[in-house]
Ligand binder design. Sequence first.
Ligand code: TZP
Ligand code: MG
Length: 229
Amino acid sequence: MKHLDTPEDRKKGLYLRFSVPKLYVVLDAALIRESAFQIAGQLMDAGVRLLQYRAKAAPARETLSTATRLAKLAHDREATFFVNDRPDLAYLAGADGVHVGQDDLSPDQARAIVGPERRVGVSTHNREQFERAVATSADYIAIGPIFSTTSKANPDPVVGTALIRELRSLTTKPIVAIGGIRLERAAEVIQAGADSVAVISDILCAPDPAIQARKFIETLEAAKPVANL
Ligand code: TZP
Ligand code: MG
């Protein structure tokens, strides 16, 4: 991924806003039916520009090996690639960024590992966590679960699109909505003020993930935030 802001800019405190694609596909190892590389290639061919690798049960070396290959695949197509949970593996894999949750290293701790040039995203599940994330060096803030999900173990309570509307004005950082977002309800998430929609099951478990991703991209591109909701 080409960054418009250099590490020197970042050291001077000049952070350029991460321009997050409207569709963010999370490749969850538990739901990949065949090969992560094959599905990543098909999704990028369908127009997906932002991918994350999430492997909750895999040993670190295996995650690193898969993430390293996925990062190369993504960079060959000028797509952006994140690793879930582990800033050390994101750095070693040559990924563009890391996504951390509330039980992982904090965004600023992750930043200390991945450096000023790579991106850091953080998951939040309520207003207090969101306000804390705003004050960090995180490049984007995820909110969820927006709807009910079965892809996450012990998910936090569903927050609905209402939480996006409530928090939108607190930051200019991009907001990524996650959790139970199916194609039919993707537009309302953008209308509520999210910049991007992160999806696992409605794409990975679709009969044809590439066709489903294409439908998401078309739907999200057509959706516009609704003012003064
Ligand atoms: N964080 C909050 S909900 C969730 C994560 C990782 C799972 C999202 O998966 P799905 O299948 O799109 O609901
Ligand atoms: Mg995590």
